[in-house]
Design a protein around this ligand. Structure first.
Ligand code: ZN
Length: 345
């Protein structure tokens, strides 16, 4: 516990809070804050906290200051202390909560967030997993006061009281006018064996700096599972390439990619990486399932990307001991960015 306190203190000194503690005096401009994207080290699993930029003026239309959570990792108990560790304060309202797909290493933590924080909008790809904890996530989403639960993302909702966000993809999201945000993929028509292929894919651009959030999309079979060629994309990676990359347009290109599926061999085919052409590749994994696959790390490096890993200090530790040791934090003003590990050791 004492260690956690020291941790929090160090964080407070290194990264001042997003908002000033007290309301600014009349005439005084509040603090201007850049875009901040935190790839939270939840061990094996994904959790991303996005704090949208704030231009310092609460009276104009540019002010939004949204808090967005994409996935919550695999523990409803552990997620809130981990978010606190990276500066997510008690009382924060989550403006958008995105579940990329119905697997426990993505939704279990969202259950903890729904219990402890207020959430305005919840987005789910719409495949109804029969897992009990997924039902708990849906139930808490449905009863969350003053909130909208969008499921599926596109098309017609089949459950009374639920809505979708629109009829087609790409689908624009309003995360403040500083950001261009689009859902590029989401598909409820999967089975228990192919839930990864339902993953919501989001591209977010802040002027010159862009992000691609990919959930657990896949691009090929496992080496012994079927046709397997890292140069021939299949599944969602093929869909994205076919749909968004033409001779004179490439909507996939992104400065920073959340590497699909924890760096699994079944994702990140070479044509996909070539199209995204990331400068930074962030892998969210823990000491579990042998992920990331070394060949995937090498594929990104061969395409000139720097690889960042939330499991970089996990060797030799039990999977329960690794969360919180290597968050990856990106701060951007839209023209450039800084990317660092936190804690920085
Ligand atoms: Zn996963």
């Amino acid at each position: 516990m004492k260690k956690l306190w020291l941790f929090s203190l160090a964080f407070f000194v290194l990264l001042p809070p997003t908002f000033p503690l007290a309301a600014p005096a009349a005439g005084e401009r509040p603090e201007i804050t850049p875009l901040r994207v935190v790839f939270v080290d939840v061990g094996h699993g994904d959790c991303i906290w996005i704090r949208t930029p704030f231009d310092g003026d609460r009276t104009n239309d540019r002010y939004r200051g949204y808090n967005i959570i994409i996935d919550g990792g695999n523990s409803s108990q552990r997620i809130v202390p981990l978010l606190n560790q990276v500066g997510f304060r008690w009382g924060t309202v989550v403006d958008w909560m995105i579940l990329s797909h119905a697997h426990a290493d993505h939704y279990r933590g969202l259950i903890g967030i729904l219990r402890d924080f207020r959430v305005r909008r919840i987005v789910d790809p719409g495949y109804r997993s029969t897992a009990q904890a997924y039902s708990a996530f849906c139930w808490l989403s449905l009863i969350e006061p003053n909130s909208e639960f969008y499921s599926p993302v596109v098309g017609i909702a089949t459950i009374p009281g639920l809505n979708s966000l629109g009829e087609t993809i790409p689908l624009e999201l309003d995360w403040g006018e500083e950001l261009d945000v689009q859902i590029l993929h989401s598909n409820p028509a999967v089975t228990d064996d192919t839930i990864n292929l339902s993953s919501i894919v989001i591209r977010m651009a802040y002027d010159d700096v862009s992000f691609l959030f990919t959930g657990d999309i896949e691009g090929k079979y496992r080496p012994r599972g079927g046709f397997n060629d890292p140069d021939t994309p299949m599944f969602v990676e093929k869909f994205l390439l076919d749909r968004y990359v033409t001779e004179d347009n490439n909507l996939l290109q992104s400065t920073i990619i959340k590497v699909p599926h924890h760096g699994s061999e079944t994702s990140s085919t070479n044509p996909f990486i070539r199209a995204v052409a990331p400068s930074e590749a962030v892998i969210q994994s823990g000491n579990l399932h042998g992920l990331p696959d070394q060949s995937v790390v090498e594929r990104y490096e061969a395409h000139g990307a720097r690889v960042w890993r939330t499991d970089r200090l996990d060797a030799g530790k039990r999977s329960s001991e690794t969360p919180g040791t290597s968050h990856v934090i990106v701060v951007s003003d839209g023209t450039g960015y800084e990317i660092t590990y936190f804690p920085d050791n």
